[in-house]
Design a protein around this ligand. Structure first.
Ligand code: PMP
Length: 281
C-alpha cells in the first residue's frame, strides 16, 4: 500500500496527472526514512530536514508533525514485515505549465514503503570501491530536491566503473557522495566537511558525529582538500540505507592498507549498538 494525497491505495492504482510540477519541472522535495522492526529511525530529524527542504523551495508544509507521524505509522502498519524504508515526496502540485509558482494549488503528497536491504557483512569486511568526479550540481545541495539528474549521472559513473559510489569534488574540496556523505581519517582524526549549501545535511552524518563526540573519537569538521582525500588513511560513506561503509579503493588506488580501518570498525560498532538500543525502546 502507498499513500497519495490523503488516501492509502495499492501502487497499481496510484496515478499522478501529467501536469504535476514534479513531473514537469522536478519541482519538489523528498525524504528517505529507514524503519527497523516497525520503528522509524531518527524520525524527528528526518521531519526537521523535510521542513528545511520545503522552506528552501518556499513550499508550505502540507501537514503538521503529528499528522506526518500518524500517516507514517499507518503506512508502516500496512506494510508490515521486515526492515523497510519510507520514501516521502512532495511536489508543488498540478497546474498549467508555467515556471512561476501557481496560486491556490494543493501540493501532491506521496509516500511508499520499500524493503530495506542494508549492506551485508561481506561489504563491511572487504570494503567497497569508489571513484571521484567534479561536483557539477547546483548551489543548494542542502535541499533534498527531487530534481536529481546530476546525481543520477554522477552515480551512473560509479556503476559504469563497477564501484559503489562517486565522491564529489568542488573547487578542489570534498563535498559528498552522489547519494551519501563522506568522512575521512587522517592522523587518527575523523574529518567531515562542514554542513553548508554544498552538501546534504545527512541524518547519518549527524549521528556519526554525535557518536564520535560521545565516545571520545577525535574529530574535526572542516574543509577537506582533494589531496587530503587521496592520501587519507580511511574513507567511509554514510547514508540512511547504506548506514556506514568503508571505501578501500579510490579511483583504482588503495586507501590506506586497502582494508576497513580501525575508526570505521569502531564507528560501525557504535552505530549498530545505537540502532539496537533504539529498537529495544
Ligand atoms: N548526500 C546525498 C546527495 C544523498 O542523496 C544522501 C542520501 N541518500 C545523503 C547525503 C545521506 O543522507 P542520509 O544520511 O540522511 O541518508
Amino acid at each position: 500500500m502507498i499513500y497519495l494525497n490523503g488516501k492509502f491505495l495499492p501502487i497499481e492504482q496510484a496515478y499522478i496527472p501529467v501536469l504535476d510540477r514534479g513531473f514537469i519541472f522536478g519541482d519538489g522535495v523528498y525524504e528517505v526514512i529507514p524503519v527497523y522492526s516497525c520503528l522509524p529511525f531518527r524520525l524527528d530529524e528526518h521531519l526537521a530536514r523535510l521542513q528545511h527542504s520545503l522552506d528552501g523551495i518556499r513550499l508550505a508544509n502540507p501537514y503538521t508533525v503529528s499528522h506526518w507521524r500518524s500517516l507514517i505509522e499507518s503506512l508502516v502498519a500496512q506494510n508490515e514485515g521486515g526492515d523497510q524504508y519510507l520514501y516521502l515526496h512532495i511536489t508543488r502540485g498540478t497546474a498549467r505549465r508555467d515556471h512561476a509558482f501557481p496560486a491556490g494549488v494543493e501540493p501532491t503528497v506521496f509516500m511508499m514503503s520499500t524493503p530495506l536491504a542494508i549492506p551485508g557483512q561481506e561489504l563491511l569486511t572487504t570494503g567497497v570501491a569508489a571513484i571521484t568526479a567534479q561536483d557539477n550540481r547546483w548551489g543548494r545541495c542542502d535541499i533534498k530536491a527531487i530534481s536529481l539528474l546530476p546525481n543520477v549521472l554522477l552515480r551512473q559513473l560509479a556503476v559504469d566503473a563497477c564501484t559503489m559510489e562517486t565522491i564529489l569534488l568542488r573547487d578542489g574540496l570534498l563535498t559528498e557522495g552522489a547519494a551519501s556523505n563522506i568522512f575521512i581519517v587522517r592522523n587518527d582524526v575523523l574529518l567531515a566537511p562542514p554542513k553548508d549549501h554544498r552538501m546534504l545535511p545527512g541524518i547519518t552524518y549527524d549521528l556519526i558525529l554525535e557518536l564520535a563526540a560521545a565516545n571520545a573519537i577525535t574529530h574535526e569538521i572542516r574543509d577537506i582538500s582533494e589531496y587530503e582525500l587521496r592520501t587519507a588513511k580511511e574513507i567511509m560513506l554514510t547514508s540512511s540505507t547504506k548506514e556506514i561503509l568503508p571505501i578501500v579503493r579510490l579511483d583504482g588506488q588503495p586507501v590506506g592498507s586497502a582494508l576497513p580501518g580501525a575508526v570505521f570498525r569502531q564507528l560501525n560498532e557504535l552505530y549498530q549498538n545505537y540502532k539496537a538500543t533504539v529498537m529495544r525502546g
